[in-house]
Design a protein around this ligand. Structure first.
Ligand code: HEC
Ligand code: HEC
Length: 367
């Protein structure tokens, strides 16, 4: 074969190789360039978002937690928190009683759960619960973590009325939940621990801060609060001694005290025995966990039984020295407060309402 002929064959071959390669490349590219299928409506309604920044006044970080929340677990937990399918009749979600606009509490003395049944206690707010001085959850501290707590209401006969097994069976039938369990936990298994963890992580991101009180106290903005609020602050941390129990960023010692709520002087009994049922210590009769006070103005009525309608009523309860009873906490004493000072304490409590973007329920759920 002559040299030119060899060259012609070689260049032709090379050309076909190039054309083939080009065709393969174009085919490959067009597959890669094809727009991905649009995300389902529920994902658009609840995308993965970064963990929130700490608001002014919260001196903690997620990093200091032993197992910090992840954005994927928080997204999944947000769905689960608002999803009524976790209850036996498909009508009650955590958010039925823990409503975002009331600091995840509700404006009623008692909660109404499945089949319109009423419980005996007020739904507490869920803000800044990621960090607590003691791991006490519920008014009587019967759960030791948010994970343990989250499973309680699902199987509580007057709350969501379900069993854990039935709840897992229902969720397991919703195929479109599976990719989000994979994103959150690495595999698509749906089990109690994962449901609890995801809900607890969502709860950890419910924050309150940047209140007028923080802007005055932390950033020294003198115009952030009124003179009444400043006087209320002085009383709260001074002669009224409120900070003996309401302390730290969230204004709670997360411990138990009897301030006399629910004591009936005639029958000498408590409507609710509180902590003593759990601790089996009679000294703890009528004792309840000190509630945090951030956003307190958003969720009247007050106390574990919702028996006080206004903040002024709560302050006056302390002015008169609580309700005398055999287990009354010795820190509760009659207070020498004038009506103007009582009003200043109320103004202080109102200045604890945070300025954090309000949570909303997801508009769509995996179906
Ligand atoms: C029917 C109303 C109702 C439903 C539904 C409900 N809760 Fe509650 N929640 C309450 C009440 C009432 C309490 C206080 C009960 C107690 O202390 O004994 C409470 C307490 C809590 C607490 C304790 C807060 C603290 O400071 O100790 C958390 C956290 C909480 N609920 C989260 C949830 C989650 C998560 C769900 C859904 C899985 C849920 N709740 C469903 C009414 C409800
Ligand atoms: C001995 C500890 C202690 C002291 C001191 C104390 N508190 Fe409390 N506070 C509690 C406990 C415990 C509760 C819940 C009691 C219950 O529900 O039975 C509570 C409840 C409250 C509530 C209702 C919050 C809610 O979410 O329902 C307000 C408001 C409040 N306290 C403000 C004050 C003020 C103001 C002072 C000072 C005048 C004060 N506290 C002093 C322990 C204390």
């Amino acid at each position: 074969m002559s040299l030119p002929r060899v060259l012609i064959i070689m260049t032709t071959t090379l050309r076909s190789v190039c054309i083939c390669a080009f065709v393969v490349w174009v085919a490959g590219c067009s597959a890669a360039d094809a727009p991905p299928p649009p995300p389902p409506a529920w994902e658009v309604a609840n995308p993965v978002v970064p963990l929130p920044d700490m608001p002014l006044g919260v001196s903690k970080t997620f990093k200091e937690l032993p197992d910090p929340p992840t954005p994927q677990r928080v997204r999944l937990g947000r769905w689960l928190f608002y999803d009524t399918r976790l209850s036996a009749d498909g009508k009650i979600a955590c958010a039925t009683c823990h409503r975002p606009e009331h600091a995840f509490s509700e404006p009623t003395p008692h909660s109404t759960g499945i089949g319109s049944q009423e419980g005996g206690r007020k739904a507490p707010p869920i803000v800044n619960l990621a960090w607590t001085l003691y791991p006490h959850f519920f008014w009587d501290g019967r759960a030791a973590s948010l994970e343990e707590q989250a499973l309680g209401p699902i199987a509580n006969p007057v709350e969501m009325g379900n069993t854990h097994e039935a709840m897992i069976a229902t969720l397991s039938k919703i195929d479109s939940y599976r990719p989000y369990f994979t994103a959150a936990f690495g595999s698509d298994e749906i089990n109690q621990d994962r449901v609890a963890k995801a809900i607890a992580d969502y709860e950890r991101t419910l924050l309150s801060g940047d209140a007028p009180w923080d802007r005055w106290r932390v950033t020294k903005d003198e115009s952030a609060v009124s003179a009444d609020v400043k006087l209320g602050h002085e009383l709260f941390f001074g002669k009224a001694g409120c900070n003996q129990c309401h302390l730290g960023d969230n204004l709670t010692d997360s411990n138990f005290h009897n301030v006399g709520v629910g004591w009936d002087a005639k029958t000498r009994t408590f409507a609710d025995e509180g902590r003593s049922v759990i601790s089996r210590n009679p000294d703890h009769r009528g004792a309840f966990k000190t509630p945090g006070l951030r956003d307190v103005a958003l969720h009247a009525p007050y106390m574990h039984d919702g028996s006080m309608a206004t903040l002024l009523e709560t302050v006056q309860h302390y002015t008169k020295g609580g309700n005398a009873n055999p287990q009354l906490d010795p820190k509760i004493q009659k207070l020498p407060l004038s009506p103007a000072e009582e009003r200043a304490l109320v103004a202080f409590l109102e200045a604890l309402t945070g300025n954090v973007p309000r949570q909303t329920p997801p508009a769509a759920f995996p179906d």
